[in-house]
Design a protein around this ligand. Structure first.
Ligand code: HAM
Length: 467
């Protein structure tokens, strides 16, 4: 007998079961409806892409790329060559070689002159950690710049980051995101996108949100600011932790993101980007704020909001939701003019956001906003073999009318059937016995108060639809 092993889901991933999955579907439907009214269409993207797509856009120095990508080499040939190289390296180091690794002598010769590097590079793929880079890739690949007006796209689906799992942080998580790409960077686009977000959150009933807003300038003014910041950071280097010390060199802006308690007082004394924006960025940001005011949207200016991905410029924002503990950002986004060009497209402006759907669901749950829809509207209790045919027919008609029906596949004792109907949370039982067949009617029993009525088929459908 083979040993019995229970295989469990991998750490950081989850199953979403009914009835919870039904709530996710309702939230996703709400996003589709609201985003549709703002002229957005759904784009369905692949869940794996070339790793260098994210290395080039999200950035080689970011946590997402350095620590969190799930990558593999999607070429048996490149994998064999890689094993061979490792085996050779082992041999050089005087190590015993696993014979399974030592394969295909001569394969290396095929990859001389860097050919291996390029094959390796081309065939290294990863599970997507986010979808903005994919949207931009698709925008270029399908020549969407020729479409009229701004291209407005939304997406939903799983993203993958090898993060340390905790409440609200998973290795496979779900995002609902939207992007606007086109020739204009009018601040009205930024504000309307944020308005759409709040319309969506309103539709799903999420309250108590706060919007953090910042502008991180453009390549020019940010570049200058980063140098000013770096110079100040060098002066306080000794007081900072190892992570921040390293970032002084690699990416000083990320120091502003630090949550380390003893660094907070120091960070508060650092120069702020708002004092270093160029005239064009200053004007853009002032107009974004005015456009938000026009829409009645309130925000907190947060000069430390730099976001953890490299492609942003000018407007950045995050939405903080209640009930989430430390992982409380339910949405993040910003402007990324220049990203299309970086991936080989024409000069294009872009802005977007992604909502963390897992966190959205947690926050709705904490607020008691997850209404439980009954899984069953009506449970059919049929008694006597002669009644089954009628039961099957009425079940088909009710389901055709969109009513959720549970039909026992075999005859159950009356008490057992009603007990099960109750446990399943059915609102009604439809009783079909010989008396009902003879009268051409059904007995409809409301389970909450046991009120029974005798109804025709038409009345039955009407009564169930009305509830
Ligand atoms: P992000 O801030 O990396 O931005 O992610 C957006 C949201 O996804 C976060 O605010 C959070 O709610 C959720 N999220 C991120 N990581 C996890 C995780 N490990 N577990 C659960 N939820 C998570 C982006 O991804 C950008 N692509 C957003 C964007 C779109 N910017 C412009 N367009």
């Amino acid at each position: 007998m083979p040993e019995k092993v229970q295989i469990r889901a991998i750490k950081g991933v989850r199953d979403i079961l009914p009835p919870e999955s039904g709530r996710w579907i309702r939230v996703e439907d709400a996003a589709r409806k609201v985003f549709g009214t703002y002229g957005f269409g759904e784009i369905r993207l692949p869940e794996f892409e070339r790793a260098r797509l994210f290395e080039r856009t999200v950035g080689n120095d970011t946590d997402i790329v350095t620590k969190e990508l799930f990558t593999w080499i999607d070429s048996p040939k490149a994998n064999r060559a890689l094993k061979h190289i490792r085996a050779e390296a082992g041999k050089d180091a005087g190590k015993e070689i696993d014979p399974r690794l030592h394969i295909e002598e001569g394969l290396l010769r095929e990859f001389e002159d860097g050919a291996f590097d390029s094959l390796h590079e081309q065939t290294r793929v990863c599970l997507r950690p986010e979808a903005t880079a994919s949207v931009v890739r698709a925008y270029i690949e399908h020549g969407m710049h020729t479409l009229p007006g701004d291209v407005k796209l939304y997406y939903m689906g799983p993203m993958f980051r090898r993060e340390r799992p905790q409440k609200g942080r998973y290795r496979q998580f779900y995002q609902i995101g939207a992007e606007v790409l086109g020739q204009s960077d009018a601040p009205g686009i930024d504000a309307e996108l944020i308005e759409m977000l709040f319309a969506f959150f309103g539709r799903v009933g999420l309250e108590g949100l706060s919007l953090d807003l910042n502008s991180i300038g453009c390549k020019d003014c940010r570049g200058k600011y980063v140098e000013v910041l770096r110079a100040e950071l060098v002066k306080v280097k000794e007081k900072l932790g190892a992570d921040s010390q390293r970032r002084i060199e690699t990416n000083p802006l990320r120091v502003l993101d630090s949550k380390a308690p003893d660094e907070q007082a120091i960070i508060e004394t650092l120069p702020r980007i708002s004092d270093h924006l160029c005239e064009a960025c200053k004007t853009h940001f002032a107009e974004v704020r005015r456009q938000l005011d026009l829409r009645g949207i309130t925000y907190n200016l947060n000069w430390r909001l730099v976001r953890g991905l490299d492609y942003y410029m000018r407007t950045t924002f995050e939405i903080i939701a209640p009930g989430l503990g430390s992982q409380n950002a339910v949405c993040g986004g910003g402007r990324y003019d220049g990203l299309v060009e970086l991936l080989g497209g024409l000069p294009t402006k872009g802005i977007g956001f992604a909502i963390g759907e897992d966190r959205l669901m947690l926050s709705l749950e904490a607020a008691g906003k997850l209404a439980v829809e009954p899984a069953v509207d009506a449970f059919i209790v049929w008694m006597g073999a002669a009644t089954q045919a009628t039961a099957i027919k009425i079940a088909q008609r009710l389901r055709g009318a969109g009513i959720k029906v549970e039909l026992p596949p075999e005859e159950f004792k009356f008490k057992k059937a009603l007990g099960l109907a109750d446990k399943l949370g059915a609102r009604y039982a439809i009783l079909i016995g010989e008396n009902e067949i003879a009268a051409g009617k059904f007995t409809l029993k409301r389970l909450a108060d046991a009120v029974q009525t005798s109804v025709t088929e038409v009345e039955l459908i009407e009564a169930l639809k009305a509830n």
